[in-house]
Design a binder for this molecule. Structure first.
Ligand code: SAH
Length: 442
């Protein structure tokens, strides 16, 4: 069959008797042979067997463990083709879920250098024969894939893991083994501050104590002078989340300082922060452009996380109110505001779909509402509150074009117009696509 487009998970999509067929690794316009592996009512899943007509966009994946790891989905395509595919994913979502065939779609913001951009890694530790490995478990398996030469992680992170593994070996610190329940270190989390090159290292252990703690700290300070924080998190339970409840700072600063534009952040080991700082600046600048602030506006930033968008906009607003579900993130948002000397950004803990409708009921009328929800999109109660509050500008930041388009459909039917859609490539080499849209009240 002929591949018609790239689907939301990076797979090639073709049609067989009018049914969609999803084929991992196939590229638009290629003619391929594939073997059906799964039959569903609405679609077929198939495995690529042979490429009869090869796309000029196909390239050899630079990463040696691309197929095994599963963290990236588009390394077999040139970067230019990846960007084009992401624009088409957004276009397709609006056509399918918002009935909009004509879309004010702007060219995607890509990266000049689409490699080594990720500022944080959380790698599992384990033995592969007599080699200590830091990596990721392959999808649905117990096989640890060594990603010590990861092509999307910042290079200082790769180098830090190399040094940390070496130190663990020298000090005989064992990785945790789930089967035998022996050893200690489950995960090492390394974060780098783009502005300064400083590193934050967190050891997650299955044991109360981090073995050889004193020597380990000393050695890290000697061999990795860029490290400013060494933290220890205890996570005894067996679960898919990385962190346990308790974190202690073993040495150094409690928070990693980071700068984006003119805004300062201080990141505690567990704080959420965008993973691609270079593209985050472009994303937030698109939000700023969409908000078009003059200094008099009341802005609501829903799903604000650690307050990054609020702080980005505060300088040009009368007041910004951030709303966030997770208490720790709200604390971080407040300290980031203080740290940056911003006093007109206030942060509220709660559900956006509860707090914002309540404010609107009480008569609050924001001039601009910005939302940046999780993949599931907006709650119906929040959409209703927006329609009732009638902000002049509604700015939607989304990591899921399908829910974005569905939510937009409702606003488009109720007096809003779509001014523009700006896709941003936050995660080159993967199928993820982020978009900022501006809606204006008619
Ligand atoms: N705008 C931020 C973070 C966006 S991630 C940034 O750019 O960094 C989405 C955030 O929404 C997360 O921090 C998550 O904790 C929060 N969240 C999820 N459900 C929520 C809800 N119902 N109400 C408010 N916040 C929510």
């Amino acid at each position: 069959m002929t591949i018609k487009r790239i689907g939301i998970n990076g797979e090639g999509v073709g049609y067989y008797k009018r049914k969609a067929v999803f084929i991992d690794g196939a590229i638009t316009d290629e003619v391929v042979k594939a073997k059906i592996t799964k039959v569903e009512r609405a679609y077929l899943q198939a495995e690529l067997v042979e490429i009869e007509k090869r796309s000029p966009d196909r390239q050899k994946p630079p990463c040696p463990v691309y197929e095994l790891c599963g963290g990236c989905q588009l390394q077999h395509m040139t970067y230019e083709a990846q960007l084009k595919a992401k624009e088409e994913i957004v276009r397709e979502a609006f056509s399918r879920y918002a009935d909009r065939r004509e879309l004010p779609l702007r060219p995607i913001y890509g990266m000049e250098e689409p490699w080594h951009y990720r500022n944080k890694a959380q790698l599992q530790l384990g033995w592969q024969q007599d080699k200590l490995v830091a990596g990721l478990y392959a999808a649905n398996s117990h096989k640890l894939i060594d990603i010590s030469e990861c092509t999307v992680q910042e290079q200082p992170i790769n180098e830090a893991y190399k040094a940390l593994k070496q130190l663990m070996r020298e000090l005989d610190i064992e990785p945790y083994d789930e089967r035998t329940r022996s050893g200690s270190v489950k995960t090492i989390v390394v974060r780098v501050a783009k502005a300064s090159g400083k590193l934050q290292v967190t050891f997650v252990t299955a044991t109360d104590r981090l073995p050889q703690q004193r020597q380990l700290v000393e050695q890290i300070r000697t061999h990795l002078p860029q490290v400013v924080t060494i933290a220890h998190n205890i996570h005894k339970e067996r679960s898919s989340v990385i962190f346990g409840a308790k974190t202690v700072i073993l040495w150094g600063e409690e928070r990693l300082p980071e700068t984006l534009g003119s805004v300062q952040f201080a990141l505690s080991p567990r704080a959420f922060f965008q993973l691609n700082p270079t593209q985050t600046v472009k994303l937030y600048d698109a939000v700023k452009e969409a908000a078009a602030l003059s200094g008099h506006e009341l802005v609501v930033d829903a799903y604000c996380g650690t307050g990054t968008i609020s702080l980005w906009l505060a300088e040009k607003a009368r007041e910004v109110r951030g709303v966030e579900l997770i208490a720790e993130a709200v604390q971080d948002a407040r300290s980031n505001a203080q740290f940056s000397g911003i006093d007109n950004a206030l942060f509220y803990e709660g559900k956006a779909e509860e707090l914002i409708p309540r404010w609107v009921q009480q008569g609050t009328r924001p001039d601009v509402i910005v939302v940046d929800p999780p993949r599931t999109g907006l709650d119906a109660a929040l959409i209703q509150a927006v329609l009732q509050a009638k902000p002049k500008r509604f700015v939607y930041v989304s990591c899921n074009p399908s829910t974005l388009a569905k939510d937009c459909r409702e606003l488009l039917a109720e007096g809003y117009e779509l001014e523009w859609v700006q896709p941003v490539d936050m995660f080159p080499q993967t199928a993820h696509v982020e978009a900022v849209i501006l809606m204006v009240r008619k």
